[in-house]
Design a protein around this ligand. Structure first.
Ligand code: AMP
Length: 579
């Protein structure tokens, strides 16, 4: 999706036509680096050990070769592919992806996780399944009951293996892998490669191809001097957030990079609706269409170019002031390449990156590789926007007043002042100007997502205690449902000696901050004021508590219920980044 130099296409990777078509219909223009590197050895049947984080496109990197193996005409009831993932949310997300990629092949995909009635899973298995996506605990349950036939498995994937080990699934993984046919192909993806992963790989992989998606370090001074900003925004609010950011930044000309053609088309429509002159550019357009767009951008008749990397490759636009990454680029070198389009020849440039909460890790990686700081900023609020719009109106009126061509309107003002106060006439004129220059008001609140980096939290205990690690997953599964509930805008943070606990209960269970505070204070003797900010998502909540009380709270919550449900929190893993 954003590799600047390589022109490999999905078809070049020898994927079967049904898959190439599925990818085209999803608007994917080119393989990501991890896909480019992993797909050929996987299709060739090799084992693979890959280091890649969320957001790099790793799901397709293993799902496509797995689907490549499916026989469209002659399939048995038994699964041929098994994907092991740490959490329920990831199981659902990965099975959705496999289903999406394998639709034309009629791929039958089944997510299997704890908490779901086992009967439904048994029925689906009885009807026949090609790919099972399972959490290790539930997979072991099925293996013990003999309800997952494993004898035809040809490929097994361990996705986010470091998380699975962190969550205490090591023995389950050994048991599952030990129960699979020796002939199967084994793939292991992990964001980090601690010793325990290497040893797991040694036990279960045979002569694996090793892939590590990490960019070469950019030499100091090579990165352009550009003001670099990032905004953490839930997916469902991204286009609104970008609109606001652009309103405040007022770029002369900007290029906005998106991952897919669909994203390009949708965003172009949204931004045009907001009054921008935005033009779409992607690989699905013919040369004539592209030339027309570029002519409009170069002549200044369009202020925003919304493009995929492929389409924007090699383009040089002189007067660009802003580069926007609508998603975090999957590789740091791609980020460097993109932002290099501004800030040239001593001109000022701004690079803006929108990251979903779960993509925070990629952002940290880019900073580490480039050695540049990316300032995390808050999305402009409705009131910031109003102020900005008022300034614009003021500026427009000032310019008009300096213009000497006002006399022809004198008769209108004179006839109005017979009836109205002159000041009120002026106010009405200002209102009209305001509405016509700034468009309609955008009143949707964009929830604020606050992420603290690991280095801001030096005093925190290193989180390797084996039970954490789901909040990132929570957000994966509940994109766009992230909501911050502090007390009426007050900063309720309780400082650096705090940590956040992930409670697997949220708005969909009518949970309110008071319920969480009540449960914690009632069970632990902690005072309400010792509890910091509370964020409520659709299916989970994050509660900031003093670090030293975290374990006691986890223990105490095991003995009680919230809203009639047992809700055991765990430490949030969000700000734990191995360096
Ligand atoms: P993952 O790292 O697998 O969670 O993927 C991150 C996001 O990138 C998902 O929303 C995918 O749909 C998207 N994606 C994966 N591969 C590509 C590609 N080649 N081009 C565009 N988007 C992609």
């Amino acid at each position: 999706m954003d590799q600047p130099t390589d022109n490999t296409t999905f078809a070049d990777l020898a994927l079967r036509p049904e898959l190439v078509e599925a990818l085209a219909s999803l608007g994917y223009e080119e393989p990501t680096p991890i896909q480019r590197e992993s797909i050929p050895p996987l299709i060739a049947g090799q084992d693979l050990l890959g280091q890649a984080a969320t957001g790099t496109g790793k799901t397709a990197a293993f799902a496509l070769p797995m689907l490549q193996n499916l026989d469209p005409d002659n399939r048995s009831k038994n699964p041929t592919g098994l994907i092991l993932v740490p959490t329920r949310e990831l199981a659902m997300q990965v099975s959705e992806a496999v289903h999406k990629y394998g639709r034309a092949l009629g791929a039958r995909v089944l997510p299997i996780y704890g908490g779901q009635p086992i009967g439904r899973q048994l029925q689906a298995l009885g009807r026949g399944v090609d790919v099972v996506v399972a959490t290790p605990g539930r997979a072991v349950d099925h293996i013990k009951r003999g309800t997952i036939p494993l004898k035809d498995i040809v490929m097994v994937v361990l996705d986010e293996a470091d998380e699975m080990l962190d969550m205490g699934f090591a023995e389950d993984l050994d048991a599952i892998l030990g129960a699979l046919p020796d002939t199967r192909q084994t793939v292991l993806f992990s964001a980090t490669m601690p010793k325990r992963i290497e040893s797991l790989a040694r036990r279960h992989l045979t002569n694996p191809t090793t892939i590590r998606i990490e960019a070469p370090v950019v030499a100091k001074g090579d990165a352009p001097k550009v003001r670099q900003l990032a905004f953490i925004v839930p997916r469902s609010h991204k286009s609104a957030a970008l609109g606001r950011i652009l309103d405040v930044e007022s770029p002369t000309a900007a290029i906005v990079f998106c991952r897919t053609r669909h994203e390009v088309d949708q965003l172009t429509e949204t931004l045009n609706g907001r009054g921008y002159r935005a033009e779409a550019l992607h690989g699905g357009m013919n040369q004539e269409g592209r030339d027309r767009v570029m002519a409009r951008v170069r002549s200044g008749n369009a202020d925003l170019l919304i493009a995929t990397d492929v389409a924007a490759r090699g383009l040089d636009i002189d007067h660009l002031t802003h580069v926007v990454n609508y998603d975090v680029p999957s590789a740091p070198e791609s980020y460097v390449h993109r932002i290099g389009r501004v800030g040239r020849a001593g001109r000022e440039g701004v690079a803006i990156t929108l990251a979903e909460p779960r993509e925070h890790r990629l952002l940290e990686n880019i900073q580490r590789v480039t050695g540049d700081k990316i300032a995390i900023e808050k999305v402009p609020t409705i009131s910031d926007l109003r102020n900005r719009r008022m300034e614009l109106t003021l500026g427009t009126l000032r310019e008009t007043l300096l213009d000497d061509d006002l006399d022809r309107y004198r008769s209108i003002v004179e006839s109005l002042t017979d009836e109205f106060d002159l000041f009120d006439v002026a106010l009405a004129a200002v209102k009209l100007t305001h509405e016509s220059t700034t468009g309609k008001e955008d009143e949707v609140e964009i929830p604020e997502v606050e992420i603290r980096r690991s280095k801001d939290r030096k005093n925190d205990r290193p989180d390797r205690d084996g039970r954490s690690g789901r909040s990132e997953r929570g957000e994966r599964g509940e994109r766009g449902d992230y909501e911050k509930k502090g007390k009426k805008g007050k900063d309720r943070s309780i400082g650096v000696d705090s940590t956040r606990l992930y409670f697997p209960i949220g708005r969909s269970s009518q949970i309110r901050p008071g319920d969480l505070v009540g449960a914690i204070t009632g069970e632990t003797g902690l005072a309400g004021k010792q509890i910091g900010s509370i964020e409520i998502g659709d299916k989970f909540s994050l509660v900031e508590v003093p670090e030293k009380s975290a374990d006691d709270i986890i223990k105490a919550m095991k003995k009680t219920t919230i809203k009639g449900r047992k809700v055991v929190p765990r430490r949030e893993r969000f700000e734990r980044f191995e360096r």
